[in-house]
Write a protein that binds this ligand. Sequence first.
Ligand code: PMP
Length: 425
Amino acid sequence: MAETSSILDKRARLLGPNMTTFYRDPVHIIRGEGAWLWDAGGNRYLDCYNNVPHVGHAHPKVVEAITQQAATLNTHTRYLHEGILDYAERLTNTMDHRLDTMIMVCTGSEANDIALRMGRAMTGKVGIICTDNTYHGNTDLVSHMSAKRTPIGGAVDWVRKVPSPDTLNPLGGSTESQAQAFADSVQHAISELDAEGHGFGTLILDPFFANEGFPELPKGFLDPTVEVVRRAGGIIIADEVQPGFGRTGRNFWGHDRIGLAPDIVTMGKPMGNGHPVAAVVTRPEIMAEFRTRFGYFNTFGGNPVSAAAAMAVLEVLEEEKLVENARDTGDYALELLKELKHPMIADTRGAGMFMGIEFTRDGDPQGAAGFCKDLVEDMRNRGVLLHLVGRYYHGIKIRPPMCFDRSQAELLVEKLDASLKALPV
Ligand code: PMP
């Protein structure tokens, strides 16, 4: 088995420089099962971060669906195949009945790119609003909405960024006033886009604000914002790449959790349990406008194998009651996490299989970034994989597969407790 250093050298030579890896000492994983991973040296890790193997690493039913279909037929999407249709029906049944048409693609970035172009096709306006500290992907268009990813040519004035609802120092006062403050900044951005002649077309946001540190927001938080957007004739995209497919435990979709009725929903990562499949779901009139204007075609999106993988994920979620498990085990894990004591813990929160701890040093989130980096590294060395979140990466994000169980939750918290006690403050 190759040494880590030689793999890193080879990556740099063959794949180019500046490729990110997790951890100072990157993990070389060779096998996975459920929430467990094994590295090349035979060490076992508890996967508390990777939200791609949604129903568990190497789930036998998903593997079987992929292999059976691959052994039968896989081809591009210009032939007739019922797999994509069966999937579209089953997927859209999980949503508001008006959201009943779908485009299948291969990545979340593509899905958001299409969704934004749908917004433009519907409204005829180029202006886009997003939050200021998020990630929606990496196509040229979507990069403008992803923090630290500004494309060549720099920031464009047809994209306006509004402050994300903050996690510890909210936009001000009560939840109602925060909700109003968020809506006010969206209104301000709309007025600017109008004044500059771009016009406002689309608001895109993750309804769980996952990349922003998933602040605890009540149902209805986005109501004043929706009112502002509707008054301006805009389209709302809910990016469900992270909270979708039941991850938050009590709702299948993040937008249901917060009580948002989007016009377009995008999804990816967990959808195929690791198989590259993503989708855009919308209302028929938006789909018709987009398809008529752009004649969209995607060679691989929704091919028979992708559709089979995605269908198997939905089936496993239902058969194994994994959304209920996310709720129950998530509640249990959060309860245990909240018992952890450490002078830098500022808040512990989450929903279902999406949890985290936010740290501050003397009340300053930025001051906790170095500590969090060390914590994540130390946890890796203790055999638990988790990662960073927040504006300054001053928190840890815990996002295990949906099959995570109570004993694994206990192990996570036991290791975290030991790590917090061991690390210098
Ligand atoms: N949206 C969100 C909220 C994401 O977190 C990501 C990926 N981290 C994407 C979109 C992009 O997905 P992909 O990497 O599949 O293009």
